[in-house]
Design a protein around this ligand. Sequence first.
Ligand SMILES: Nc1ncnc2c1ncn2[C@@H]1O[C@H](COP(=O)(O)OP(=O)(O)OP(=O)(O)O)[C@@H](O)[C@H]1O
Ligand SMILES: [Mg+2]
Length: 288
Amino acid sequence: MEIGLTEVSFAYQIGGRPLPVLAGINLHVGPGDFLAIAGAGGSGKSTLAMLMAGLLEPASGQVTLDGQPVRGRGKGKNAAAWQKVGMVFQQPEQQLFAETVAEDVAFGPRNLGLDGERLAARVQKALAAVGLDAEEYGGRSPFTLSGGQQRRVAIAGVLALEPEVLVLDEPTAGLDPAGREQVLELISAFYRRPGKAVVLVSHNMAEVAVLARRVLILHQGRVALEGSPREIFRRGEDLRSYGLIPPPLTRLMQALRRRGAPLPPDVLTLAEARDAIMAWIGGPAGGY
Ligand SMILES: Nc1ncnc2c1ncn2[C@@H]1O[C@H](COP(=O)(O)OP(=O)(O)OP(=O)(O)O)[C@@H](O)[C@H]1O
Ligand SMILES: [Mg+2]
């Protein structure tokens, strides 16, 4: 499934007046893509995510699915096409409602017409994908779980719809480090499956650096920068002017470079930093 946006603009209506939020957005996401959307608070990230998931419709411009122009998700004949796009909202655990974890995860696929063993299997598979054992957790009330576990149940509810494109709005915000790791790992596991695509809205540049293949920086509702994480994080000064700072590792390497160290300007991972520093100080590469 490929999502395309062409010259998309969007405005919220406030007291009958339009508040422009996005303008001139062009982008494509298809199988194998991992697109991160970053930008300062209020730059339009969540709005863009909702347009990409068919939850809002553009004021002008066009949204396509596999090249076919579509209206929003709620509009009759488009519903089937949008089923392939799953959206995980900011703080999705606030939308948990059922008496048991299994019932919550079953809600979406049941609405798609699944029942009986097929439904049970779908629920079990989705819970396994987020690292929760259906036997152990299926019968529990979602409200007795930890914050991180609740977040994973909410994500399981979207995975149970078996989307091809997963759009996630700040999925690790507010989680402790272990919860954050678990959510990032399940996103990576989803992405590793053939034909899948991920759109990740994130403030966390370290997360973006490690996961994303392509990064789009929004600034006041427009695309300010677009490129690979390496291309984007090399431009530390530009990022700062858009209200973002590069990941700590990139900043450290850039600070050392300013003091004359012969290090690359676009290190992304701990392993790359280690090898570059070892090459510089003349030690053996590999290991710590
Ligand atoms: N439902 C709404 N009604 C009116 N204005 C809205 C609504 N939702 C968002 N806005 C406005 O649209 C602009 C973009 O909001 P959006 O939520 O897309 O930004 P964001 O980049 O996701 O911000 P954050 O990082 O804080 O989540 C902001 O100025 C916001 O005030
Ligand atoms: Mg937001």
